[in-house]
Write a protein that binds this ligand. Structure first.
Ligand SMILES: [Fe+2]
Length: 194
C-alpha cells in the first residue's frame, strides 16, 4: 500500500471528519475540499498505481489498486484504472464514499432499481478534478467507461473495504444481481490468498 505523507495526512483528516460528523452527508461536505486537493495534486500517485491489469477481478484490463485501508475495514482508498473504451460491470459499493477523476475522461452511468429492473437515472461526463459522492441506497449502483484515448484513473474513498466485501454486479438487461468481489491487484483479501 502507499504509505506516504500525502496519503497519511489525507486519511487522518478523513477519520477526523467522520468522527466529528453526525451524518454521511456532513462528513462528505467536510472531506470535499481535501479530496479536490488530492485530485489536483499531480505528484502523489506513483505510476505503478496507474497501470492497467490483465485478468483482474473487474475484468476488461481494469486495475483496482489499494492505496490505504484501515485494519477494521471501515475505510479504503484505491485507484481504479480503466483502459480506453473499457468499462466496469454495473456494480454497487454498499457504503458511502467519494469518487473522483485523476487522469483521462470517463462517462458514468447511475442506475436505480425499480421492481427488480435497472433504470438509467443519470449519465455524467467526467474530466480530471470532477468528483461525486456515492450514498446508498440512492446513488450506489453505477458503471464507468473510459472515453479518452488514454487510460483513465479514478480515486475512490469508500467507508468499507470495497475490494474485499461481497457486493453485487448487475446484468444490464434483466437487472439481476450476482455476488461480486473485485479484489485488489496488489493486496489479498484473505490470509489464505497470501
Ligand atoms: Fe464504482
Amino acid at each position: 500500500m502507499l504509505d506516504t505523507p500525502t496519503v497519511r495526512r489525507f486519511v487522518e483528516y478523513v477519520h477526523q471528519a467522520i468522527d466529528l460528523s453526525s451524518t454521511s452527508e456532513e462528513a462528505i461536505d467536510a472531506i470535499r475540499p481535501r479530496f479536490a486537493d488530492l485530485l489536483a495534486d499531480e505528484g502523489w500517485l506513483p505510476a505503478q498505481y496507474m497501470e492497467q491489469v490483465e485478468d483482474s477481478g473487474m475484468g476488461g484490463g481494469i486495475g483496482q489498486w489499494l492505496l490505504h485501508r484501515t485494519d477494521d475495514g471501515s475505510l479504503s482508498l484505491f485507484s481504479l484504472v480503466v483502459p480506453p473504451a473499457s468499462e466496469t460491470p454495473i456494480h454497487d459499493h454498499l457504503a458511502w464514499g467519494l469518487v473522483g477523476l485523476y487522469r483521462g475522461t470517463q462517462d458514468e452511468e447511475i442506475y436505480a432499481q425499480r421492481n427488480g429492473a435497472l433504470e438509467l437515472s443519470e449519465r455524467r461526463a467526467l474530466v480530471p478534478g470532477d468528483f461525486y459522492a456515492l450514498i446508498p441506497p440512492r446513488d450506489d449502483i453505477h458503471r464507468v467507461r473510459t472515453t479518452s484515448a488514454e487510460t483513465s484513473v479514478s480515486i475512490h474513498l469508500l467507508t468499507n473495504d470495497t475490494g474485499c466485501v461481497w457486493r453485487h454486479a448487475f446484468d444490464p438487461e434483466s437487472g439481476q444481481a450476482q455476488p461480486f468481489r473485485s479484489g485488489y491487484v496488489n493486496v489479498p483479501c484473505d490470509e489464505e490468498e497470501e
